[in-house]
Write a protein that binds this ligand. Sequence first.
Ligand SMILES: Cc1cc2nc3c(=O)[nH]c(=O)nc-3n(C[C@H](O)[C@H](O)[C@H](O)COP(=O)(O)O)c2cc1C
Length: 180
Amino acid sequence: MTQKPLPNRAEKELAELAEYAAVDPTGFRRALSSFATGVAVVTTLDSSGAKVGITINSFSSVSLDPPLVLWSIAEDSMSYGVFTAAEHFAVHVLSRQQQEFSSRFAQSACDKFGGLDCNAGIGGVPILGDFAACFECSTEHVYEGGDHKIIVGRVHRFEDRASDPLVLYRSRFLTEQEAI
Ligand SMILES: Cc1cc2nc3c(=O)[nH]c(=O)nc-3n(C[C@H](O)[C@H](O)[C@H](O)COP(=O)(O)O)c2cc1C
């Protein structure tokens, strides 16, 4: 009986690649949603000085010294060009009461700032009146990240109001009872 030859290294690598390509996007997304996150609104100004904002949950701390944070922006978002070119931005961590802000800034092509009073932060970026915590940043790096770009910011100023955060878990916001 002839024995089947063992796969060589190249064949093994090809087989592994085929396995990676088989990652099911729906299941992948669902599995990622088991990692509970906060929700934030990132703001900046475009080149004409108009306010731009987007809801995100990809925010993460990176480094304490120097103080760095990151988030990622999808290439198909309308504000992609603005944020990847922006010199400054502000990350507003939303409080539990700010579910409406999450929906408002997750829309495209609308006046997301209508009726909101904002202050001007570092670089003139809009600072919302309400948040649990706010980090004012300059853009330190913009990295490739598949269909997203990873934006690393250096924090120059922050405010922590210590209010309860809005928590996203398995694609829904946790209720007050669940979040405790
Ligand atoms: C809870 C939540 C989290 C989100 N997280 C991100 C994120 O981390 N990065 C991203 O690019 N879009 C994220 N989005 C989607 C954007 O908010 C959405 O695509 C928005 O319409 C983009 O606005 P724009 O098209 O004006 O840029 C998230 C949306 C929600 C509701």
